[in-house]
Design a protein around this ligand. Structure first.
Ligand SMILES: [Zn+2]
Length: 402
């Protein structure tokens, strides 16, 4: 077990409000930046302080709200892209009525993208929408919890984000437009940091995640992506510092990445499980149903000898997963690190994946900064607290400044 970070002993102090230099924070979110990926990327520039953060069970759609709100998935309710709809409120059910259903069966990327676009428009979704390879008959009972733009939403699942708190406090806040292509987004970010002098800036990089999924750890593609992100960060830091004040730069990931060494076709098991309500993500199979149905599912999974752990509601609760109303399932089979379901309902075979149990190396996120990382920052849930403290936001009695 590594210490959670490499930093000096921090001294607890009150939040900095007024007096001294203006506090400004540049937060760079790098998708799939785990401790190994940060090392491989040479630290992503000249940030001397590095640490590890405990991650969450689930995927980026749960990790990002955790970073933004400082709360666990059990509080903000986000974890996987697809959940079970509450009676009659499923945002995907219109797809059935849009007449797109028969065509979706062909699983053609173009048709699916069109359907996602139509859905986003008709349902007023401003968040990330992708239908992947979800079997169309599941749209009847499935839902997509992420309906808002996470960077502009005041709250996520009832939990306020530090971005929203900063805006309310009258600070100039910049968030990178996530829909923009990566290179263009960096260009836009650097220009805005120079001209608008935000007090809080949130930059956003996803290309390392994409490269690692496609080609795995240590690949040339991942190295090239890491070099581009390093350049983007260096330019953003320079632009932020040119505006004066006391600038703190924090680079944070949401999880790491595991290389895939075994691909498991779930279809034979799914045939045995027909009639059971379930969803197959890339690294987990999620089940709903009565005790008897779950017992039967578990017995079938064990008979197949799948490499993984069965997480019942007690185990899910221990991982701070949302269990109230069972949005993501009543029990999970989470595969051991390095195994992949393919074809799953969200994709096919890739070289790298994340979304394993919380004690896996790839479930950890990396953090790096030009300021010593406070001792209290050891999990994804702690990042928001640090940022609030640096900017003097909220009324937190507990705050850190190193
Ligand atoms: Zn990913």
């Amino acid at each position: 077990m590594h210490p959670s970070h490499i930093s000096q002993q921090p001294s607890p102090t009150v939040a900095r409000t007024g007096g001294g230099a203006e506090q400004r924070v540049l937060l760079v979110f790098v998708d799939a930046l785990g401790p190994s990926q940060l090392e491989f990327a040479g630290g992503l520039g000249g940030l001397p302080y590095r640490g590890h953060l405990h991650g969450i069970l689930g995927y980026s759609c749960g990790a990002l709200p955790t970073i933004l709100t400082g709360t666990a998935p059990e509080q903000h309710g986000r974890m996987c892209l697809f959940s079970q709809a509450n009676q009659g409120t499923g945002v995907l059910s219109p797809l059935v009525h849009l007449g797109l259903l028969p065509r979706l069966i062909h699983e053609r990327g173009r048709v699916r993208r069109l359907a996602a676009k139509v859905l986003a428009r008709t349902a007023g979704l401003t968040g990330y929408v992708d239908l992947y390879r979800v079997p169309p008959e599941l749209f009847e009972w499935l839902d997509m919890p992420e309906r808002e733009d996470l960077f502009t939403a005041e709250r996520i699942g009832g939990q306020e984000t530090f971005l929203s708190e900063a805006r309310k406090a009258g600070l100039r806040v910049f968030t990178a437009p996530w829909r923009m292509p990566e290179a263009e987004r960096w260009q836009h970010t650097v220009e805005t940091l120079r001209t608008k002098r935000p007090q809080l800036a949130f930059a956003y990089a996803t290309e390392i995640d994409g490269a690692l999924h496609r080609t795995g750890n240590g690949s040339q593609e991942a190295a090239a992506a890491a070099r581009r992100v390093t350049t983007g960060i260096e330019r953003a830091v320079e632009a932020m510092r040119s505006g004066g004040g006391e600038v703190t730069t924090i680079v944070v990931g949401d999880h790491g990445m595991a290389d895939i060494h075994r691909v498991i076709d779930p279809r034979p098991l799914l045939r045995h499980l027909s009639g059971t309500r379930l969803f197959v993500d890339s690294t987990m199979m999620r089940f709903w149903g009565s005790d008897q149905e779950l017992d039967r599912a578990r017995a079938l999974v064990e008979a197949e000898g799948l490499p993984g752990r069965w997480l019942d509601s007690r185990e899910l609760q221990a991982r701070k997963a949302p269990v109230k109303d069972e949005p993501y399932g009543r029990a999970f089979l989470v595969l051991d690190e390095g195994n992949l379901f393919s074809p799953s309902f969200v994709g096919g075979t890739v070289r790298g994946m994340h979304g394993y149990d919380v004690d896996c190396h790839s479930a950890r996120a990396a953090i790096a900064s030009d300021r010593p990382i406070p001792a209290g920052v050891g999990a994804l849930t702690d990042v928001a607290t640090w940022i609030r403290s640096l900017l003097g936001l909220g009324n937190s009695g507990v705050s850190w400044a190193a």
